[in-house]
Design a protein around this ligand. Structure first.
Ligand code: ZN
Length: 305
């Protein structure tokens, strides 16, 4: 959507409400409580998000359980924030959004956090016959040259920096890609208590979240994956010390997702709070998984319970 198209689609708050009714209620507004279609609208502007049911007499908000439900921010500003978020190739920071839509930094930051929350679709249960699984580590010291750029800071709680001799604190992330549907699922996980590496049980638990037994699972030679021998998964391994591809056996799809993710996190956001790392990962999974769909409408109607 271009800026001109955006302005045409959403010239006032009522346009947003109408668009929302179209995508969330299929243009047939129904009571959230009893399902009746005898709906009355409040005429005063202040209550324009609220509707009253003619059957059960209760009020309801068409934005219930979405990121807009509790927000006092103008709906047009929300729409524009989502538009910018999805369209800017370089991503958008809280400072940029603050300037673009004229809200406080705190509000802008919270809006971005909420938009990411609405992107929390990790596409569980949709994984087909062949998957690739791999793990990576994210975190560490932000690149020095970016430290002075205030614009790129998303909050004050950055990656832990390398303090003398303490080593870098990094978070382990496990990713699974469905090779046929090109869908990804990725999850931040804690390192094994005893060491730096993930255990087979940790990897298996994450695999079980999205895969069915009898799936073919491609991995590298990392020995925690040997746990798959004792399961009904079909385990095919590529030994990266020898080869990166052996016919169909490779983990290239999941590795290219890591490249996109890292380029995004280090290149666009520069450093993100490890506390919110899963939210950023959800953002990249959402963009990857829904690349051929109308992401704007998906974000609008996605519930955030
Ligand atoms: Zn009702």
């Amino acid at each position: 959507m271009t800026f001109i198209e955006f302005n045409k689609t959403f010239s006032n708050e009522q346009d947003v409400i109408n668009h929302f009714i179209k995508i969330r209620y299929n243009d047939k507004l129904k009571c959230n409580h009893c399902g009746s279609d005898r709906i009355y609208k409040y005429s005063s502007n202040q209550r324009s998000k609220l509707f009253r049911c003619g059957d059960c007499n209760k009020d309801f908000s068409i934005f219930k359980d979405t990121i807009f439900e509790k927000s006092r921010t103008d709906l047009i500003k929300w729409m524009y924030a989502i538009h910018l978020f999805l369209n800017s190739k370089k991503g958008i920071s809280g400072y940029q959004l603050q300037r673009e839509i004229g809200v406080t930094y705190k509000t802008a930051w919270r809006m971005l956090k909420q938009i990411r929350k609405a992107m929390n679709s990790n596409n569980k249960d949709h994984f087909n016959a062949i998957v690739e699984i791999d793990e990576t580590y994210i975190g560490g010291k932000p690149r020095k040259e970016n430290n002075h750029k205030k614009d790129d800071e998303d909050d004050n709680n950055n990656f832990p920096t390398n303090k003398r001799g303490r080593g870098t604190k990094k978070k382990a992330v496990v990713g699974i890609v469905d090779r046929e549907n090109k869908k990804v699922f990725a999850k931040v996980t804690s390192k094994n208590k005893n060491g730096q590496k993930l255990s087979g049980i940790q990897l298996l638990e994450i695999l079980n979240e999205v895969c069915k037994e009898n799936n073919t699972v491609m991995t590298d030679e990392f020995k925690s994956y040997n746990i798959l021998k004792n399961t009904n998964y079909i385990h095919l391994k590529i030994d990266h010390t020898k080869n990166y591809v052996d016919g169909d056996i490779h983990t290239n799809s999941v590795e290219s997702f890591w490249a996109i993710l890292k380029r995004g996190i280090y290149g666009i956001y520069h450093h993100v709070s490890l506390k919110y790392l899963q939210n950023y990962i959800n953002e990249f999974c959402f963009r990857y998984n829904n690349r051929n769909q109308n992401m704007f409408d998906l974000i609008l109607k996605q519930g955030v319970l």
